[in-house]
Design a protein. Structure first.
Lengths: 298, 287
Protein backbone atom coordinates (compact mmCIF):
# COMPACT_ATOMS: atom_id res chain seq x y z
CA UNK A 1 0.00 0.00 0.00
CA UNK A 2 1.29 3.37 -0.95
CA UNK A 3 1.14 6.32 1.36
CA UNK A 4 -0.42 9.23 -0.46
CA UNK A 5 0.67 12.82 0.00
CA UNK A 6 -2.61 13.57 1.71
CA UNK A 7 -2.15 10.81 4.26
CA UNK A 8 1.36 12.01 4.88
CA UNK A 9 0.11 15.53 5.50
CA UNK A 10 -2.58 14.28 7.81
CA UNK A 11 -0.07 12.25 9.79
CA UNK A 12 2.17 15.29 10.09
CA UNK A 13 -0.73 17.41 11.31
CA UNK A 14 -1.70 14.76 13.85
CA UNK A 15 1.91 14.62 15.06
CA UNK A 16 1.95 18.40 15.43
CA UNK A 17 -1.27 18.42 17.40
CA UNK A 18 -0.11 15.61 19.64
CA UNK A 19 3.22 17.27 20.45
CA UNK A 20 1.62 20.62 21.15
CA UNK A 21 -1.11 19.26 23.36
CA UNK A 22 0.78 16.52 25.15
CA UNK A 23 2.08 18.55 28.14
CA UNK A 24 -1.31 20.14 28.78
CA UNK A 25 -3.11 16.82 28.35
CA UNK A 26 -0.79 15.11 30.82
CA UNK A 27 -1.23 17.99 33.23
CA UNK A 28 -4.98 17.91 32.91
CA UNK A 29 -5.24 14.17 33.39
CA UNK A 30 -2.97 14.23 36.44
CA UNK A 31 -3.89 17.50 38.14
CA UNK A 32 -7.59 17.56 37.29
CA UNK A 33 -8.97 14.15 36.32
CA UNK A 34 -6.86 12.03 38.67
CA UNK A 35 -7.09 14.55 41.51
CA UNK A 36 -10.86 14.72 41.36
CA UNK A 37 -11.20 10.96 41.06
CA UNK A 38 -8.88 10.50 44.03
CA UNK A 39 -10.80 13.16 45.92
CA UNK A 40 -14.00 11.18 45.40
CA UNK A 41 -12.31 8.05 46.75
CA UNK A 42 -10.89 10.00 49.67
CA UNK A 43 -14.34 11.17 50.71
CA UNK A 44 -15.25 7.55 51.42
CA UNK A 45 -12.00 6.61 53.14
CA UNK A 46 -12.43 6.75 56.87
CA UNK A 47 -9.19 7.13 58.77
CA UNK A 48 -9.04 5.05 61.91
CA UNK A 49 -6.23 5.10 64.45
CA UNK A 50 -3.93 2.95 62.36
CA UNK A 51 -5.82 1.88 59.29
CA UNK A 52 -8.11 3.25 56.62
CA UNK A 53 -11.51 1.70 56.00
CA UNK A 54 -14.20 2.46 53.46
CA UNK A 55 -17.56 3.90 54.34
CA UNK A 56 -19.73 6.92 54.90
CA UNK A 57 -18.01 7.88 58.16
CA UNK A 58 -16.71 11.24 56.95
CA UNK A 59 -20.15 12.30 55.82
CA UNK A 60 -21.93 11.15 58.96
CA UNK A 61 -19.31 12.95 61.04
CA UNK A 62 -19.92 16.16 59.10
CA UNK A 63 -23.73 15.93 59.27
CA UNK A 64 -23.58 15.10 62.95
CA UNK A 65 -21.42 18.16 63.58
CA UNK A 66 -23.97 20.29 61.75
CA UNK A 67 -26.64 19.38 64.29
CA UNK A 68 -24.41 20.41 67.18
CA UNK A 69 -25.15 24.04 68.02
CA UNK A 70 -22.06 26.26 68.06
CA UNK A 71 -19.84 23.70 66.38
CA UNK A 72 -17.09 24.98 64.10
CA UNK A 73 -19.13 23.96 61.08
CA UNK A 74 -22.35 25.76 61.92
CA UNK A 75 -20.27 28.83 62.62
CA UNK A 76 -18.37 28.36 59.35
CA UNK A 77 -21.55 28.00 57.31
CA UNK A 78 -23.09 31.10 58.85
CA UNK A 79 -19.98 33.16 58.15
CA UNK A 80 -19.73 31.80 54.62
CA UNK A 81 -23.30 32.94 53.97
CA UNK A 82 -22.48 36.39 55.37
CA UNK A 83 -19.45 36.76 53.13
CA UNK A 84 -21.39 35.49 50.13
CA UNK A 85 -23.95 38.27 50.55
CA UNK A 86 -21.17 40.73 51.26
CA UNK A 87 -19.77 39.83 47.84
CA UNK A 88 -22.83 41.42 46.24
CA UNK A 89 -22.51 44.57 48.32
CA UNK A 90 -18.93 44.70 47.08
CA UNK A 91 -20.12 44.19 43.51
CA UNK A 92 -22.54 47.09 43.84
CA UNK A 93 -19.84 49.33 45.29
CA UNK A 94 -17.45 48.40 42.47
CA UNK A 95 -20.11 49.18 39.92
CA UNK A 96 -20.87 52.59 41.43
CA UNK A 97 -17.19 53.51 41.61
CA UNK A 98 -16.65 52.29 38.05
CA UNK A 99 -19.58 54.40 36.87
CA UNK A 100 -18.16 57.61 38.30
CA UNK A 101 -14.68 56.80 36.99
CA UNK A 102 -16.21 56.15 33.60
CA UNK A 103 -17.93 59.53 33.79
CA UNK A 104 -14.44 60.99 34.30
CA UNK A 105 -15.19 62.49 37.68
CA UNK A 106 -12.57 65.02 38.82
CA UNK A 107 -9.36 63.13 39.66
CA UNK A 108 -10.58 59.85 38.17
CA UNK A 109 -7.08 58.66 37.25
CA UNK A 110 -5.96 59.03 40.86
CA UNK A 111 -9.06 57.21 42.13
CA UNK A 112 -8.66 54.44 39.59
CA UNK A 113 -5.09 53.81 40.65
CA UNK A 114 -5.71 53.96 44.39
CA UNK A 115 -8.79 51.72 44.32
CA UNK A 116 -6.83 49.21 42.32
CA UNK A 117 -3.71 49.37 44.52
CA UNK A 118 -4.80 46.66 46.99
CA UNK A 119 -5.04 44.27 44.03
CA UNK A 120 -1.43 44.95 43.04
CA UNK A 121 0.07 44.93 46.50
CA UNK A 122 0.39 41.64 48.32
CA UNK A 123 -2.46 40.99 50.72
CA UNK A 124 -0.10 39.80 53.43
CA UNK A 125 1.58 43.22 53.43
CA UNK A 126 -1.66 45.22 53.36
CA UNK A 127 -3.19 43.11 56.10
CA UNK A 128 -0.09 43.38 58.26
CA UNK A 129 -0.06 47.18 57.97
CA UNK A 130 -3.81 47.33 58.57
CA UNK A 131 -3.30 45.55 61.88
CA UNK A 132 -0.95 48.28 63.04
CA UNK A 133 -3.50 50.92 62.02
CA UNK A 134 -6.32 49.41 64.06
CA UNK A 135 -4.16 48.38 67.00
CA UNK A 136 -4.86 50.05 70.32
CA UNK A 137 -1.70 52.13 70.03
CA UNK A 138 -2.37 52.88 66.37
CA UNK A 139 -3.44 56.20 64.89
CA UNK A 140 -7.18 55.56 65.25
CA UNK A 141 -6.71 54.49 68.81
CA UNK A 142 -4.74 57.64 69.51
CA UNK A 143 -7.48 59.74 67.97
CA UNK A 144 -10.11 58.03 70.14
CA UNK A 145 -7.98 58.66 73.20
CA UNK A 146 -8.33 62.39 72.56
CA UNK A 147 -12.08 61.93 72.97
CA UNK A 148 -11.55 59.89 76.09
CA UNK A 149 -12.36 56.52 74.54
CA UNK A 150 -10.20 53.47 74.06
CA UNK A 151 -9.95 51.42 70.89
CA UNK A 152 -11.79 48.10 71.28
CA UNK A 153 -9.77 44.99 70.41
CA UNK A 154 -11.14 44.77 66.89
CA UNK A 155 -9.44 41.51 65.97
CA UNK A 156 -9.44 39.67 69.27
CA UNK A 157 -13.05 39.87 70.40
CA UNK A 158 -15.94 37.86 68.98
CA UNK A 159 -18.11 40.96 69.05
CA UNK A 160 -15.89 42.78 66.56
CA UNK A 161 -13.68 40.27 64.74
CA UNK A 162 -16.13 39.30 62.00
CA UNK A 163 -17.23 42.87 61.43
CA UNK A 164 -13.63 43.96 61.10
CA UNK A 165 -13.03 41.31 58.45
CA UNK A 166 -16.15 42.44 56.60
CA UNK A 167 -15.03 46.05 56.73
CA UNK A 168 -11.60 45.11 55.42
CA UNK A 169 -13.21 43.20 52.54
CA UNK A 170 -15.40 46.12 51.51
CA UNK A 171 -12.74 48.76 52.02
CA UNK A 172 -9.93 47.09 50.10
CA UNK A 173 -11.90 44.87 47.73
CA UNK A 174 -13.45 47.42 45.39
CA UNK A 175 -10.67 47.44 42.81
CA UNK A 176 -10.83 44.03 41.15
CA UNK A 177 -14.41 44.15 39.95
CA UNK A 178 -14.18 47.88 39.36
CA UNK A 179 -11.62 47.28 36.62
CA UNK A 180 -13.83 44.71 34.95
CA UNK A 181 -16.86 47.01 35.02
CA UNK A 182 -14.79 49.93 33.81
CA UNK A 183 -13.53 47.82 30.92
CA UNK A 184 -17.00 46.85 29.83
CA UNK A 185 -18.35 50.41 30.23
CA UNK A 186 -15.51 51.80 28.14
CA UNK A 187 -16.56 49.38 25.44
CA UNK A 188 -20.01 50.96 25.11
CA UNK A 189 -19.97 53.21 22.07
CA UNK A 190 -19.85 56.90 23.10
CA UNK A 191 -22.44 57.71 20.43
CA UNK A 192 -25.05 55.92 22.51
CA UNK A 193 -24.53 58.38 25.35
CA UNK A 194 -24.40 61.37 23.02
CA UNK A 195 -27.68 60.38 21.44
CA UNK A 196 -29.26 59.87 24.84
CA UNK A 197 -28.03 63.26 26.03
CA UNK A 198 -29.43 64.98 22.97
CA UNK A 199 -32.76 63.31 23.67
CA UNK A 200 -32.67 64.77 27.16
CA UNK A 201 -32.23 61.51 29.07
CA UNK A 202 -31.46 62.18 32.72
CA UNK A 203 -28.32 60.70 34.28
CA UNK A 204 -30.47 58.47 36.46
CA UNK A 205 -32.11 56.87 33.44
CA UNK A 206 -28.74 56.75 31.75
CA UNK A 207 -27.44 54.51 34.51
CA UNK A 208 -30.34 52.11 34.60
CA UNK A 209 -31.42 52.08 30.98
CA UNK A 210 -28.11 52.34 29.17
CA UNK A 211 -25.20 51.35 31.36
CA UNK A 212 -26.70 48.41 33.21
CA UNK A 213 -28.12 46.70 30.10
CA UNK A 214 -25.01 47.32 27.99
CA UNK A 215 -22.61 46.03 30.62
CA UNK A 216 -24.89 43.13 31.46
CA UNK A 217 -22.59 40.46 29.96
CA UNK A 218 -19.86 41.38 32.47
CA UNK A 219 -22.30 41.55 35.34
CA UNK A 220 -23.82 38.22 34.38
CA UNK A 221 -20.42 36.49 34.36
CA UNK A 222 -19.62 37.96 37.77
CA UNK A 223 -22.91 36.81 39.24
CA UNK A 224 -22.36 33.32 37.89
CA UNK A 225 -18.80 33.22 39.20
CA UNK A 226 -19.93 34.28 42.63
CA UNK A 227 -22.65 31.62 42.70
CA UNK A 228 -20.16 28.97 41.58
CA UNK A 229 -17.96 30.08 44.47
CA UNK A 230 -20.91 30.07 46.85
CA UNK A 231 -19.35 27.79 49.46
CA UNK A 232 -15.91 29.34 49.03
CA UNK A 233 -16.93 32.83 50.04
CA UNK A 234 -14.58 33.95 52.77
CA UNK A 235 -12.98 36.99 54.25
CA UNK A 236 -9.26 37.27 54.89
CA UNK A 237 -9.56 34.91 57.86
CA UNK A 238 -6.10 33.47 57.40
CA UNK A 239 -4.49 36.90 57.39
CA UNK A 240 -6.15 38.16 60.54
CA UNK A 241 -7.73 35.76 63.00
CA UNK A 242 -7.05 32.18 61.79
CA UNK A 243 -10.60 31.27 62.69
CA UNK A 244 -10.44 32.51 66.26
CA UNK A 245 -13.28 34.62 67.72
CA UNK A 246 -16.02 32.98 65.67
CA UNK A 247 -14.53 33.83 62.30
CA UNK A 248 -14.27 30.38 60.70
CA UNK A 249 -15.59 30.05 57.18
CA UNK A 250 -15.94 26.78 55.27
CA UNK A 251 -13.16 27.81 52.92
CA UNK A 252 -10.79 28.70 55.73
CA UNK A 253 -11.54 25.56 57.72
CA UNK A 254 -10.63 23.45 54.70
CA UNK A 255 -7.46 25.48 54.14
CA UNK A 256 -6.44 25.08 57.77
CA UNK A 257 -6.72 21.32 57.56
CA UNK A 258 -4.49 21.38 54.49
CA UNK A 259 -1.91 23.56 56.22
CA UNK A 260 -1.71 21.05 59.01
CA UNK A 261 -2.02 18.10 56.64
CA UNK A 262 -4.79 16.71 58.85
CA UNK A 263 -8.39 15.54 58.41
CA UNK A 264 -7.82 15.30 54.67
CA UNK A 265 -10.53 12.65 54.20
CA UNK A 266 -13.14 14.65 56.10
CA UNK A 267 -12.16 17.74 54.11
CA UNK A 268 -12.65 15.84 50.88
CA UNK A 269 -16.11 14.71 52.01
CA UNK A 270 -17.08 18.25 52.99
CA UNK A 271 -15.75 19.50 49.69
CA UNK A 272 -17.99 17.10 47.81
CA UNK A 273 -20.98 18.14 49.90
CA UNK A 274 -20.26 21.75 48.94
CA UNK A 275 -19.97 20.81 45.29
CA UNK A 276 -23.26 18.92 45.39
CA UNK A 277 -25.01 21.87 47.01
CA UNK A 278 -23.55 24.41 44.64
CA UNK A 279 -23.97 22.60 41.34
CA UNK A 280 -27.79 22.65 41.04
CA UNK A 281 -27.92 26.24 42.28
CA UNK A 282 -25.29 27.28 39.75
CA UNK A 283 -27.25 25.54 36.98
CA UNK A 284 -30.51 27.28 37.92
CA UNK A 285 -28.83 30.67 38.16
CA UNK A 286 -27.16 30.09 34.81
CA UNK A 287 -30.54 29.31 33.24
CA UNK A 288 -32.00 32.52 34.69
CA UNK A 289 -29.04 34.60 33.54
CA UNK A 290 -29.28 33.13 30.04
CA UNK A 291 -32.95 34.07 29.94
CA UNK A 292 -32.14 37.65 30.89
CA UNK A 293 -29.40 37.62 28.24
CA UNK A 294 -32.01 36.72 25.63
CA UNK A 295 -34.35 39.45 26.81
CA UNK A 296 -31.70 42.11 26.64
CA UNK A 297 -30.51 40.68 23.37
CA UNK A 298 -26.82 40.45 23.94
CA UNK B 1 -22.88 74.77 20.39
CA UNK B 2 -23.59 71.04 20.48
CA UNK B 3 -20.50 70.49 22.57
CA UNK B 4 -21.69 72.93 25.19
CA UNK B 5 -25.09 71.32 25.31
CA UNK B 6 -23.48 67.94 25.85
CA UNK B 7 -21.22 69.17 28.57
CA UNK B 8 -23.89 70.97 30.57
CA UNK B 9 -24.94 69.03 33.61
CA UNK B 10 -28.18 69.20 35.48
CA UNK B 11 -28.17 70.44 39.06
CA UNK B 12 -28.96 67.01 40.47
CA UNK B 13 -26.07 65.50 38.55
CA UNK B 14 -23.66 68.10 39.89
CA UNK B 15 -24.79 67.36 43.44
CA UNK B 16 -24.41 63.61 42.95
CA UNK B 17 -20.94 64.13 41.49
CA UNK B 18 -19.83 66.25 44.41
CA UNK B 19 -21.11 63.70 46.92
CA UNK B 20 -19.51 60.82 45.03
CA UNK B 21 -16.24 62.71 44.77
CA UNK B 22 -16.16 63.36 48.49
CA UNK B 23 -16.92 59.77 49.44
CA UNK B 24 -14.39 58.40 46.98
CA UNK B 25 -11.74 60.84 48.16
CA UNK B 26 -12.18 59.80 51.78
CA UNK B 27 -12.15 56.13 50.80
CA UNK B 28 -9.02 56.53 48.68
CA UNK B 29 -7.17 58.48 51.35
CA UNK B 30 -8.07 55.67 53.75
CA UNK B 31 -6.57 53.10 51.40
CA UNK B 32 -3.47 55.17 50.78
CA UNK B 33 -3.01 55.97 54.44
CA UNK B 34 -2.23 52.33 55.27
CA UNK B 35 0.64 52.24 52.80
CA UNK B 36 1.93 55.68 53.72
CA UNK B 37 1.84 54.66 57.36
CA UNK B 38 4.04 51.69 56.54
CA UNK B 39 6.44 53.80 54.51
CA UNK B 40 6.65 56.43 57.22
CA UNK B 41 7.26 53.81 59.90
CA UNK B 42 9.97 52.20 57.79
CA UNK B 43 12.03 55.38 58.03
CA UNK B 44 12.09 55.60 61.81
CA UNK B 45 15.36 55.17 63.65
CA UNK B 46 14.68 51.89 65.45
CA UNK B 47 12.16 49.75 67.29
CA UNK B 48 12.32 51.81 70.47
CA UNK B 49 11.50 55.01 68.64
CA UNK B 50 8.63 53.28 66.87
CA UNK B 51 7.07 51.81 70.00
CA UNK B 52 7.37 55.06 71.93
CA UNK B 53 5.41 56.97 69.34
CA UNK B 54 4.20 54.79 66.47
CA UNK B 55 2.02 57.33 64.74
CA UNK B 56 4.20 60.41 64.42
CA UNK B 57 6.14 61.46 61.37
CA UNK B 58 9.59 59.97 61.05
CA UNK B 59 12.04 62.56 62.31
CA UNK B 60 14.84 61.48 60.02
CA UNK B 61 15.00 59.44 56.85
CA UNK B 62 16.68 56.19 57.80
CA UNK B 63 16.89 54.57 54.40
CA UNK B 64 19.53 52.32 55.94
CA UNK B 65 16.56 50.26 57.23
CA UNK B 66 16.04 49.05 53.68
CA UNK B 67 19.57 47.69 53.55
CA UNK B 68 19.15 46.16 56.98
CA UNK B 69 15.94 44.42 55.90
CA UNK B 70 18.00 42.42 53.42
CA UNK B 71 20.34 41.30 56.18
CA UNK B 72 18.00 40.90 59.11
CA UNK B 73 14.68 39.54 57.84
CA UNK B 74 15.22 35.80 57.78
CA UNK B 75 12.42 33.27 57.44
CA UNK B 76 13.00 29.52 57.66
CA UNK B 77 16.72 29.85 56.93
CA UNK B 78 16.08 32.05 53.93
CA UNK B 79 17.45 35.55 53.85
CA UNK B 80 15.38 38.39 52.43
CA UNK B 81 17.45 38.21 49.28
CA UNK B 82 16.64 34.52 48.90
CA UNK B 83 12.95 35.28 49.41
CA UNK B 84 13.14 37.85 46.61
CA UNK B 85 14.76 35.21 44.44
CA UNK B 86 12.07 32.65 45.40
CA UNK B 87 9.34 35.15 44.57
CA UNK B 88 10.94 35.82 41.19
CA UNK B 89 11.14 32.22 40.09
CA UNK B 90 7.79 31.37 41.57
CA UNK B 91 5.99 34.24 39.83
CA UNK B 92 7.94 34.76 36.59
CA UNK B 93 8.95 31.15 36.05
CA UNK B 94 5.58 29.75 37.04
CA UNK B 95 3.63 32.16 34.86
CA UNK B 96 5.92 31.66 31.86
CA UNK B 97 5.73 27.89 32.14
CA UNK B 98 1.98 27.79 32.59
CA UNK B 99 1.37 30.26 29.74
CA UNK B 100 3.75 28.39 27.42
CA UNK B 101 1.91 25.12 28.03
CA UNK B 102 -1.43 26.86 27.57
CA UNK B 103 -0.34 28.69 24.41
CA UNK B 104 0.66 25.45 22.66
CA UNK B 105 -2.50 23.54 23.43
CA UNK B 106 -4.89 26.49 23.16
CA UNK B 107 -3.51 27.30 19.71
CA UNK B 108 -4.38 23.79 18.52
CA UNK B 109 -7.84 23.95 20.09
CA UNK B 110 -8.56 27.38 18.61
CA UNK B 111 -7.15 26.81 15.15
CA UNK B 112 -7.66 23.16 14.21
CA UNK B 113 -11.32 22.39 14.60
CA UNK B 114 -12.20 18.72 14.76
CA UNK B 115 -14.16 16.44 17.05
CA UNK B 116 -11.30 16.09 19.48
CA UNK B 117 -10.50 19.78 19.89
CA UNK B 118 -14.18 20.64 20.22
CA UNK B 119 -14.42 18.10 23.01
CA UNK B 120 -11.41 19.68 24.73
CA UNK B 121 -13.01 23.11 24.45
CA UNK B 122 -16.26 21.87 25.97
CA UNK B 123 -14.37 20.19 28.79
CA UNK B 124 -12.73 23.51 29.58
CA UNK B 125 -16.05 25.32 29.68
CA UNK B 126 -17.40 22.61 31.95
CA UNK B 127 -14.37 22.80 34.24
CA UNK B 128 -14.88 26.53 34.54
CA UNK B 129 -18.54 26.23 35.51
CA UNK B 130 -18.44 23.05 37.57
CA UNK B 131 -17.59 24.13 41.09
CA UNK B 132 -15.16 21.56 42.46
CA UNK B 133 -14.45 22.40 46.06
CA UNK B 134 -13.02 19.18 47.38
CA UNK B 135 -9.91 18.99 45.22
CA UNK B 136 -7.58 20.52 47.83
CA UNK B 137 -6.92 17.43 49.96
CA UNK B 138 -6.45 15.16 46.94
CA UNK B 139 -4.09 17.69 45.35
CA UNK B 140 -2.16 17.82 48.60
CA UNK B 141 -1.92 14.03 48.68
CA UNK B 142 -0.82 13.92 45.05
CA UNK B 143 1.90 16.54 45.54
CA UNK B 144 3.20 14.64 48.55
CA UNK B 145 3.15 11.40 46.55
CA UNK B 146 5.00 13.03 43.65
CA UNK B 147 7.47 14.53 46.10
CA UNK B 148 7.18 18.00 44.62
CA UNK B 149 6.20 19.83 47.80
CA UNK B 150 8.84 22.20 49.18
CA UNK B 151 10.72 22.05 45.86
CA UNK B 152 10.61 24.29 42.79
CA UNK B 153 9.01 21.36 40.94
CA UNK B 154 5.74 22.58 42.43
CA UNK B 155 5.55 24.72 39.28
CA UNK B 156 4.72 21.52 37.39
CA UNK B 157 1.13 22.13 38.47
CA UNK B 158 1.16 24.81 35.76
CA UNK B 159 0.75 21.94 33.29
CA UNK B 160 -2.93 21.97 34.21
CA UNK B 161 -3.77 24.60 31.61
CA UNK B 162 -5.52 22.79 28.84
CA UNK B 163 -7.34 25.63 27.15
CA UNK B 164 -6.94 29.19 28.32
CA UNK B 165 -10.19 30.87 27.35
CA UNK B 166 -8.75 34.38 26.92
CA UNK B 167 -5.90 33.02 24.84
CA UNK B 168 -8.47 31.08 22.86
CA UNK B 169 -10.11 34.39 22.01
CA UNK B 170 -6.74 35.89 20.97
CA UNK B 171 -5.84 33.00 18.70
CA UNK B 172 -9.31 32.84 17.17
CA UNK B 173 -9.26 36.51 16.29
CA UNK B 174 -5.83 36.45 14.61
CA UNK B 175 -5.74 36.72 10.83
CA UNK B 176 -4.93 33.46 9.09
CA UNK B 177 -3.59 35.02 5.86
CA UNK B 178 0.08 35.09 6.88
CA UNK B 179 -0.13 31.49 7.95
CA UNK B 180 -1.66 30.49 4.63
CA UNK B 181 1.07 32.29 2.74
CA UNK B 182 3.67 30.48 4.83
CA UNK B 183 2.01 27.09 4.19
CA UNK B 184 2.13 27.77 0.45
CA UNK B 185 5.82 28.55 0.80
CA UNK B 186 6.26 25.13 2.35
CA UNK B 187 6.39 25.93 6.05
CA UNK B 188 5.26 23.20 8.43
CA UNK B 189 2.84 23.54 11.35
CA UNK B 190 5.59 24.13 13.91
CA UNK B 191 7.16 26.92 11.87
CA UNK B 192 3.79 28.57 11.33
CA UNK B 193 3.07 28.50 15.04
CA UNK B 194 6.44 29.63 16.39
CA UNK B 195 7.41 32.07 13.65
CA UNK B 196 4.05 33.58 12.68
CA UNK B 197 1.09 32.96 14.95
CA UNK B 198 2.82 33.11 18.35
CA UNK B 199 4.63 36.41 17.63
CA UNK B 200 1.33 37.90 16.49
CA UNK B 201 -0.38 36.85 19.73
CA UNK B 202 2.50 37.96 21.97
CA UNK B 203 1.25 41.51 22.72
CA UNK B 204 -2.02 40.10 24.03
CA UNK B 205 -0.33 37.24 25.86
CA UNK B 206 2.05 39.71 27.52
CA UNK B 207 -0.94 41.24 29.31
CA UNK B 208 -1.78 37.80 30.68
CA UNK B 209 1.87 37.42 31.61
CA UNK B 210 2.03 40.67 33.58
CA UNK B 211 -1.23 40.05 35.40
CA UNK B 212 -0.14 36.46 36.06
CA UNK B 213 3.20 37.57 37.51
CA UNK B 214 1.53 40.15 39.74
CA UNK B 215 -0.98 37.56 40.92
CA UNK B 216 1.66 34.93 41.65
CA UNK B 217 3.99 37.43 43.31
CA UNK B 218 1.21 38.33 45.74
CA UNK B 219 -0.15 34.81 46.16
CA UNK B 220 0.39 33.48 49.64
CA UNK B 221 -2.02 30.54 49.82
CA UNK B 222 -0.09 28.16 47.55
CA UNK B 223 3.41 29.05 48.81
CA UNK B 224 2.19 28.71 52.39
CA UNK B 225 1.04 25.17 51.65
CA UNK B 226 3.75 23.86 49.39
CA UNK B 227 6.88 26.02 49.50
CA UNK B 228 7.14 27.91 52.74
CA UNK B 229 9.34 25.51 54.72
CA UNK B 230 12.23 25.52 52.27
CA UNK B 231 11.48 28.29 49.78
CA UNK B 232 9.40 31.04 51.40
CA UNK B 233 8.41 33.71 48.92
CA UNK B 234 8.07 37.31 50.00
CA UNK B 235 4.29 37.02 50.30
CA UNK B 236 4.41 33.98 52.57
CA UNK B 237 7.63 35.07 54.26
CA UNK B 238 6.22 38.38 55.44
CA UNK B 239 3.24 36.55 56.91
CA UNK B 240 5.41 34.07 58.74
CA UNK B 241 7.83 36.73 59.91
CA UNK B 242 5.01 38.72 61.42
CA UNK B 243 3.25 35.75 63.04
CA UNK B 244 5.96 33.37 64.13
CA UNK B 245 8.46 35.87 65.38
CA UNK B 246 6.49 36.74 68.45
CA UNK B 247 8.18 40.00 69.12
CA UNK B 248 9.48 42.06 66.23
CA UNK B 249 12.24 44.00 67.96
CA UNK B 250 12.94 46.33 65.09
CA UNK B 251 9.64 47.26 63.46
CA UNK B 252 11.06 49.90 61.11
CA UNK B 253 13.25 47.28 59.45
CA UNK B 254 10.24 44.99 59.12
CA UNK B 255 8.22 47.81 57.56
CA UNK B 256 11.08 48.46 55.16
CA UNK B 257 10.94 44.81 54.12
CA UNK B 258 7.18 45.03 53.64
CA UNK B 259 7.47 48.19 51.54
CA UNK B 260 10.22 46.70 49.37
CA UNK B 261 8.07 43.66 48.62
CA UNK B 262 5.34 45.93 47.21
CA UNK B 263 7.62 47.62 44.70
CA UNK B 264 8.01 45.07 41.86
CA UNK B 265 4.26 44.59 41.17
CA UNK B 266 3.69 48.35 41.38
CA UNK B 267 6.47 49.00 38.86
CA UNK B 268 5.19 46.28 36.53
CA UNK B 269 1.70 47.67 36.81
CA UNK B 270 2.82 51.25 36.21
CA UNK B 271 4.37 50.19 32.91
CA UNK B 272 1.39 48.18 31.76
CA UNK B 273 -1.37 50.23 33.38
CA UNK B 274 -3.19 51.37 30.29
CA UNK B 275 -3.00 48.00 28.57
CA UNK B 276 -4.20 46.14 31.63
CA UNK B 277 -6.97 48.64 32.33
CA UNK B 278 -8.37 48.51 28.82
CA UNK B 279 -7.64 44.98 27.65
CA UNK B 280 -8.59 42.85 30.60
CA UNK B 281 -12.22 42.59 31.38
CA UNK B 282 -12.55 38.99 32.38
CA UNK B 283 -9.25 38.32 33.91
CA UNK B 284 -7.87 36.58 36.88
CA UNK B 285 -6.56 39.91 38.03
CA UNK B 286 -8.35 39.82 41.33
CA UNK B 287 -5.91 39.65 44.21
Amino acid sequence: MKITALQKRKAKRAFFMAVMMLPALIGFSVFYVYVNFDSLLMAFQVRGKTDVSWGMGNFTYFFHQLTVPDSVFTQAIRNTAIFFVLGYVQLLMSMLVAYFLFKKIFGYKFFRFVFYMPCIIMATATASLFQYIIARSGPIGELLKVFGKTMPPLLSDSAYANKTLMFYCLFYGVGGNMILFLGSMTNVSPEVFEAARLDGVSWFREVFQIIVPLTWPTLSVMILQSVVGLTQASGPVFLFTQGAYNTYTVNYWLYEQLLGGINLEISAAIGWCCTLVTFPIALIVKRCLDRIDERIGV
Amino acid sequence: MGGKLLKRKSASEVIVRVIAFTIMLVHCLGILYVFLYGFNASLKANGRVFVADPNSFAKELNFANYVRAFKEMRVNDNSYFQMVFNSVWYSVGGTLFSLAVAACSTYVVARFKNKFTRLIFNICIFVMIFPVVGAGPATYRLYVKLGITQTPFILLSGLNNLCHLMMYAFFSSLSWTYAEAAYIDGANDFQVFFKIMLPMALPSISVLFVSGVIGAWNDYTTPMLYLNKSFPTLASGIYVYERKIQYIANQPVYFAGVCLAMVPPLVLFAFMQNTIMTKVYFGGLKG
